[in-house]
Design a binder for this molecule. Structure first.
Ligand code: LLP
Length: 422
């Protein structure tokens, strides 16, 4: 049984009707399935069984504390990219010793915090960061264990906005420059280069780019070891895609097969940073129809969710599946419509020319594959409160991030003294 399915014509998350949640919490609302999160995490754990691996869930995909806690209980580590995400991971019970700190621009404060907490590894992709780490680490009597992220210059075949592994991207250290930087890192007090990291992009649906990048990593790892560098770890990043529409992404087992094949016989520990593949299919965005509008040429369905709640369609022209909360009768005619939100921008659109059944005000639609890069990318544009999040487990559910009140939104602002009188 899939975690989101119709039961008696009503769409449910596990054993809970989405309409029950919507009635209690209001819409729009994100709903996550514990079962789906567990299953996807376990698909990684199972696929890599027998190898020395740490699966560091990429917190950026979905940073709900409840999601992090659930994954922590499964044994997950975390891949974080800011002091905020590191705090979320620690607060959720993920030990610092299972946390990787990635990112192209970390501040001194963030690095000092990560070192003080004792994170497993800091992924460096800017030469100057090594010197900063050396200063901070020696000042506080710690050692910074670093992996250097290389840019393997492969094309992962994703959309340009989320490609990260090509030479023209801002990410990683050029392959050719890596050996010198490893030696520099090795010479610095307070810095211990422990591994190589790579991440070539997101929503990747082919294994070949991975194989190409991994082969380059193996070659470099062996060269550096032969050169006397005491490396022990290889971080292969994330990026494995999911099905939004007609994609055919490889199974996690097939991906693991490539890892086993490329790194066969190599003495190393492995780190993975999956985000979307863990959380993406585990969440939906439930929204209510405000009204319909028929123009001379088009049917518009206007809903109460908008691009501030789920920005992927507006930002990347991304496809998300859409289902009615109540399954229409088999003989219902589905008519193409543009599904749009209330925001004053033409990009505030979830789908174009999508067949939808007849809908009345207050009917609900469910936008699927929204568990990753959904709520985390939400904002309060147009004075719209941040969308709440709910976690379902079997027939239980709980609000895990509530919708702020308008009073709270107003309270975060204040007027400067010279405008108070005006
Ligand atoms: N590791 C690093 C270093 C990353 O930059 C990312 C994602 C991940 C791991 C996790 O990648 P995943 O397994 O989730 O593909 N907002 C975009 C996706 C941006 C991904 C950025 N980096 C979207 O909505 O498609």
């Amino acid at each position: 049984m899939t975690p989101f399915h119709y039961r008696d014509h009503r769409l449910c998350a596990e054993s809970v009707r989405l309409s029950d949640i919507a009635e209690a919490v209001g819409t729009p609302v994100y709903v996550y399935s514990s079962q789906a999160l567990q299953d996807s995490y376990r698909s990684y754990a199972d696929a890599f069984a027998g190898l020395p691996v740490t699966i560091c869930y990429a917190v950026k995909a979905n940073d709900s504390l409840a999601v992090l806690r659930l994954l922590a209980a499964e044994g997950a580590g975390a891949d974080v990219v800011s002091g905020g995400e590191l705090r979320y991971a620690l607060a959720a019970g993920i030990p610092a010793g299972r946390v990787v700190f990635s990112g192209v621009g970390k501040t001194r404060e963030e690095l000092a915090f990560a070192l003080a907490e004792g994170v497993m590894q800091i992924n460096v992709e800017v030469a100057s960061e090594l010197d900063v780490l050396s200063q901070i680490a020696t000042a506080i009597g710690k050692t910074a264990k670093v992996a250097i992220r290389i840019n393997p210059d492969v094309d992962a075949g994703t959309i340009a906005q989320i490609s990260t592994g090509k030479a023209e991207n801002k990410f990683g250290i050029a392959y050719e420059d890596a050996p010198a930087l490893f030696r520099h890192a090795h010479s610095l007090p307070g810095v211990e280069p422990v591994g190589i990291a790579v991440h070539i992009g997101s929503q990747i649906t082919k294994l070949e780019p991975y194989r190409d990048a991994f082969l380059r990593v193996r070659t470099l790892y062996e060269e550096l070891k032969a050169d006397g560098l005491p490396l022990e770890r290889i971080d292969l990043g994330g990026g494995l895609g999911i099905v939004y529409n007609q994609e055919e992404p490889p199974s996690v087992a097939a991906y693991a097969g490539v890892v086993r094949e490329v790194f066969h016989g190599l003495d190393a520990q492995f780190v993975f940073e999956p985000g979307r593949r863990i959380a993406g299919l585990a969440g939906v965005l439930v929204t209510k129809v405000i009204t319909e509008k028929q123009t001379a040429t088009k049917r518009f369905v206007i809903v109460d969710a908008a691009m501030n709640d789920l920005i992927r369609p507006a930002l990347y022209d991304a496809y998300h599946p859409i289902q009615p909360e109540t399954a229409p009768d088999a003989d219902t005619e589905w008519i193409e419509a543009d599904l749009v939100g209330p925001i004053c921008e033409s990009t505030d659109q979830f789908a174009a020319n999508r067949p939808l059944p007849p809908l009345l005000a207050d009917d609900m639609l469910v936008i699927g594959a929204a568990g990753a890069y959904g709520a985390v990318m939400a904002c309060e544009y147009n004075g719209r409160p941040r969308v709440p999040e709910v976690l379902v487990r079997g027939s239980d559910w709980a609000v895990v991030r509530r919708r702020p009140t308008y009073e709270e939104m107003l309270a975060a602002q204040n007027l400067p003294p010279w405008l108070e009188e005006a």
